[in-house]
Design a protein around this ligand. Structure first.
Ligand code: FAD
Length: 340
């Protein structure tokens, strides 16, 4: 069976939204657990690492390509399980994320609507604990079914096992990386649970009491359309960097120097600060373009490949941005995008 899905020397750039990257030594599209197991056993036989590709919307792949077996996860299927006031939804890791959100909203189930219009697949949502407009996927995740490459076994991880944090999870650790996410179960509410405190949403709904679920989804879609470039037309991976989280003392020092810097106090007392503001207002980098790489003119956190940028050019540009931020704030910023 493997011969039909197994390919050699496949160019990966078309599989990423940044449209950058060299070839994979081996490439296989898997549509079910059996195929996944088989491809991994072949990788083991060849003594090559396995990397998993979803929608390629959070990836920067090197120009040289990778000596690995790249698996494109296309495991589909959605199952709804009714409870009293809630519904458990289990979706295959290869399902398109926003198609799932649309389906869930269409069934009048609350929880994931603020995460509308994010590119990518279901299986990637636990990796960086996808978040937007005041909601993180981890808050709704009940469990995650994975294939453990080393143990050659399928297991179910509870939400506690996933160690979700801001744009982070167990799956980004050395031990977590050996897991391939096969399906994710989300716990949704039949009762209205709007989460409208995020500034843009509060503004959008200031004259509308009790918006419907469809209205919230549409508000998110409209708001995002004004902030992000159209990733189906322009090379981008969305926000390239994480918002830095620093100590309250460091934040207080920065606010002394830049009094309008937005600071969000976290549960543990630390402060999340707006990197978009730093890049734009403090460093003056919004809209900066060098060759085919730039920071989007409407939102400085978003890196854009305007055409033929290479991974090397992007990395050099990213280094310059990081240096500029460090010079002004003494903060070492971290990338949100994964590098292969
Ligand atoms: C325009 C735009 C807007 C965006 N907005 C947001 C946003 O608001 N919030 C946000 O959090 N992100 C955002 N992103 C980033 C991205 O869409 C998400 O991180 C998304 O979840 C990535 O999904 P993917 O399937 O494309 O993952 P990929 O890019 O294919 O993979 C990302 C990482 O996850 C791993 N991975 C993927 N699938 C699996 C699997 N099944 N098992 C194990 N590992 C896996 C990959 O190996 C890789 O390391 C945005 C991106 C773009 C282009």
């Amino acid at each position: 069976m493997i011969s039909g899905i197994w390919k050699e020397d496949v160019s990966l750039a078309p599989y990423t939204t940044l449209k950058v990257g060299g070839k994979a030594k081996y490439f296989a599209v898997v549509k079910n657990e059996e195929e996944l197991k088989e491809v991994c056993s072949e990788a083991r036989r060849l003594d090559l690492p396995v990397l998993v590709l979803g929608g390629g919307s959070n990836l920067l792949i090197s120009d040289e390509g990778i000596d690995a077996v790249v698996i494109k996860n296309e495991i589909e299927g959605i199952l709804y399980q009714e409870l009293d006031d809630e519904v458990l939804v289990t979706a295959g890791g290869g399902e398109v994320w926003d198609d799932l959100v649309s389906d869930i909203v269409g069934r009048n189930l609350w929880g994931l609507e603020n995460l509308s219009a994010i590119p990518g697949t279901v299986g990637a949502t636990p990796i960086q604990n996808v978040g937007a407009y005041g909601v993180e996927a981890g808050e709704l995740i009940e469990s995650v079914r994975v294939y453990d490459i080393d143990k050659d076994d399928f297991i179910t991880l509870s939400v506690a096992d996933c160690h979700f944090a801001y744009r982070d999870s167990f799956f980004k650790t050395a031990g977590g990386r050996r897991n391939i996410i096969v399906s994710v179960t989300y716990r949704l509410s039949k009762k209205p649970r709007p989460r409208l405190l995020y500034k843009d949403l509060a503004e959008y709904f200031k004259a509308i009491a009790n918006p419907s679920l469809q209205e919230v989804r549409q508000a998110i879609i409209n708001t995002r359309a004004g902030k992000f470039p159209d990733w189906t037309k322009v090379g981008t991976a969305g926000s390239f960097f994480k918002n830095p989280i620093i100590s309250s003392e460091e934040a207080a020092e920065l606010v002394k120097e830049y009094p309008t810097l937005p600071v969000f106090v976290q549960e543990d007392g630390r402060a999340k600060i707006s990197l978009g503001y730093i890049l734009d207002k403090i460093c003056g980098l919004r809209g900066l373009r060098e060759g085919d790489v730039g920071l989007y003119e409407k939102q400085a956190l978003i890196l854009v490949n305007y055409g033929g940028a290479s991974a090397l050019e992007i990395k050099e540009f990213v280094q310059k941005i990081s240096d500029a931020v460090f010079e002004k704030t003494k903060i070492k910023i971290e990338q949100e995008v994964n590098c292969w």
